[in-house]
Design a protein around this ligand. Sequence first.
Ligand SMILES: C=C(O[C@@H]1C=C(C(=O)O)C=C[C@H]1O)C(=O)O
Length: 292
Amino acid sequence: MLTGAGADDDGDTQARPRVGHIQFLNCLPLYWGLVHSGALLDIELTKDTPDRLNDALIVGDLDIGPISLVEYLRHADELVVLPDLAVGSDGPVLSVVLSTAAPLAEIRTVALGSTSRTSVLLARMLLEERHGLRPEYVTMPPDLPSMLREADAAVIIGDTALRATYDAERGGPDHPLRLIDLGAAWQEWTGLPMVFAVWAARRSFAERRPGVVKEVHGAFRSGLDLALRDVDEVAARAARFEVFDPGTLARYFTTLDFRLGARQQAGIIAFAGRAARRGDVPALRELRFADV
Ligand SMILES: C=C(O[C@@H]1C=C(C(=O)O)C=C[C@H]1O)C(=O)O
């Protein structure tokens, strides 16, 4: 139970913390953990896409939530990062892809999925700085067929991208689309893990209610450990309502890297440096963590 979640630090009753949750399969292990620990009763959970959760945390409609790394870098002064929690990968991620029917060198236009902030910038960096291309970009809702009607390539994330990855794997060499896994591409380029999103609390909230931030973080962390320990059960339950089979989901949950250790932080610093050199984000002064 989050004993502090309903009470202020001086004991006054307060509203439940407003917490965001990414409505993609990548965060299902976290949700499983919140359900099984009972912590769900002590928070007001808002499920949505990453772009909308980013905006909600930035304007203060949420107190704590996941945030695309790029938006964290743009608003680092207003936020504190929750330690040891992230959505990333150390190599292939399976659910962040550039999909194209064209040879890489012939890509002139790229459709960027509107739910992403980090992956779309990563794709631009890779195309421009690693492959020397100068395509034109258009932002579109994340529907692969319509994106590829408008552009030579598409960048998608989440369940839509996971589906595209498995369709391509099943299709084998005859599959018409080529997929570049952007987690793998980042690792080949820099040798580092990629962090797509972190969890953060608004700095003002963390100052006002530090005990709540600590408890929400504890619930996330222990819930995640529980879900990853019981990953086959989580995958089997999720597969009842998804197009993916249990084996596919278990592989996905264990491919994702939810850690935020020294290597992942080095990945963040490398990404932040490249993004700042391009003028896409301000320079990162420090990764300021919540005191948990
Ligand atoms: C690995 C993923 O990471 C995500 C990518 C994000 C982004 O590109 O801004 C934001 C949140 C995460 O959901 C994914 O969505 O598949």
